[in-house]
Design a protein around this ligand. Structure first.
Ligand SMILES: N[C@@H](CCOP(=O)(O)O)C(=O)O
Length: 430
């Protein structure tokens, strides 16, 4: 499969090259040259397929032939070594739990998949690759875990100081080896801007092979389409067309859901559920796309002011506002509303949601007001104990810690403080 840059000023390139570069030389995000829908029988017979088979068949066209099928099968199987259960809250609302992986956030799938692809491409290569990643909370830990010990790969994680949860910070600052955490005096947007600037800085790119493990990288982004298929497998007998409410920050996940829909997955509608960082909610109301500096919230992984993947969403809908508006709604919720939702979910359904899931739940409720017969699935993107203080304060109940979280609790944080792009550059050059 070839990929083109959405800035349309760079040559087309292969999957391998798109993964190794991360971002196109013209600063554009890569997008697959074609999307061939899967045969109808794939969806009709989905009950007979395992998660790995579904994932392999769904992603194959975007990877072939650069990774041979037997290797790709192994990559998919190793990536998906945990569960993705649906929990039904009531007749109209379910949640898809995406937090059963090693760092208990949905990013584990993309990070593990990408690490294995890069490991495969790099196996006969002497040149080291430096993976730069900006995180507002969950990507950093998932990438650190996914790339730990991968031969020939160094990972540098930029995170906004004081703006991620304690456990998220532990997950991304305590592994050592080939993982370094840079603690940025700024916001997630500052981190993301520095990473993008580094890709275009020839003093750096002439000396080192840089790539990204954010969702701008196709190998991190595309595997997220699996989730929507896994939800369909579990729900299609009870509910025909599903509505998905996706807690959204950088918009990679909802955009991957739209790719699943392009592959033929029956989806009735998407909801991008936002905290007060709501550039897309405002766009759908006003047709004006106006990124703003991000605001700190209790659903911090979504504290993104300028979502990278919105341009891919526009490409899927051929830049037609009307087509996008038909298929996507977006709502924005305050921290107070999010807290109320966490309490409501706990009191009514005895279910503990994290703040991001709670925003997704609110998105379902807003949509259901207008479409009372729909079935809405909100994605539970991270385990509630990753936000222990907020969760325990809201539901007034101590939470048991899963082993994945306990494992990092007592580890020593190691980070390097930086406050500008020059600091990042000096770090990379030295
Ligand atoms: N929500 C993210 C921000 C980066 O998003 P990504 O999907 O592009 O990596 C985070 O948790 O770090």
């Amino acid at each position: 499969m070839n990929y083109y840059s959405l800035n349309k000023k760079a040559p087309k390139t292969s999957f391998k090259d798109a993964v190794i570069k991360g971002l196109a030389p013209d600063k554009g995000l890569y997008f697959p040259e074609s999307i061939t829908p899967l045969p109808k029988e794939f969806f009709e017979n989905i009950d007979d397929l395992s998660y790995s088979e579904i994932a392999f068949r769904a992603i194959k066209q975007f990877i072939s032939p650069e990774i041979p099928e037997d290797v790709l099968k192994t990559i998919v199987e190793e990536t998906l070594s945990f569960d993705f259960p649906i929990i039904q809250l009531n007749e109209n609302i379910s949640t898809l739990e995406l937090f059963h992986g090693p760092t208990m956030a949905f990013k584990d799938v993309g990070a593990r998949f990408m690490a294995r692809c890069l490991g495969y491409f790099n196996k006969n290569n002497d040149k080291e690759v430096t993976v730069l990643v900006a995180t507002s909370g969950d990507t950093g830990g998932a990438v650190a875990n996914g790339f730990l010990g991968v031969k020939g790969v160094n990972v540098v994680i930029l995170y906004p100081s004081g703006k991620v949860s304690d456990i998220q910070e532990k997950q991304l600052t305590t592994l050592g080896e080939n993982i370094t955490a840079l603690e940025v005096n700024g916001t997630f947007d500052d981190c993301q801007a520095m990473v993008k600037k580094a890709f275009l800085d020839e003093t750096l790119t002439n000396q080192m092979q840089l790539t990204s493990a954010n969702s701008i990288n196709v190998a991190r982004w595309l595997p997220q389409l699996f989730y929507f298929m896994f939800a369909y497998k579990q729900l299609h007998k009870s509910y025909g067309d599903i509505v998905f409410s996706v807690p959204s920050g950088n918009f990679g996940n909802v955009c991957a859901g739209m790719m699943a829909q392009q592959l033929g997955l029956p989806v009735k509608h998407f909801i991008a559920s936002n905290n007060e960082n709501n550039v897309v909610t405002r766009y759908l109301q006003s047709k004006i796309y106006e990124p703003k500096p991000s605001i700190q919230t209790i659903s911090n992984a979504m504290d993104v002011g300028a979502p990278s993947n919105f341009i891919r969403i526009q490409e899927i809908y051929k830049n037609s506002f009307e087509s996008l508006n038909d298929n996507l709604s977006s709502y924005s919720f305050s921290d107070n509303k999010t807290r109320e939702a966490m309490l409501e979910i706990y009191s009514n359904y005895n279910y503990v949601a994290d703040p991001h899931g709670a925003v997704g739940y609110l998105g379902c409720k807003a949509y259901l007001k207008e479409h009372p017969n729909a079935h809405c699935v909100f994605l539970e993107t991270a385990h509630p104990t990753k936000f222990l203080d907020v969760v325990e304060e809201v539901i007034k109940k101590e939470q048991p810690l899963p082993v994945q979280i306990e494992a990092v609790m007592d580890k020593e944080k190691a980070s390097i403080e930086i406050s500008s792009y020059i600091d990042l550059k000096n770090y990379l050059l030295n």
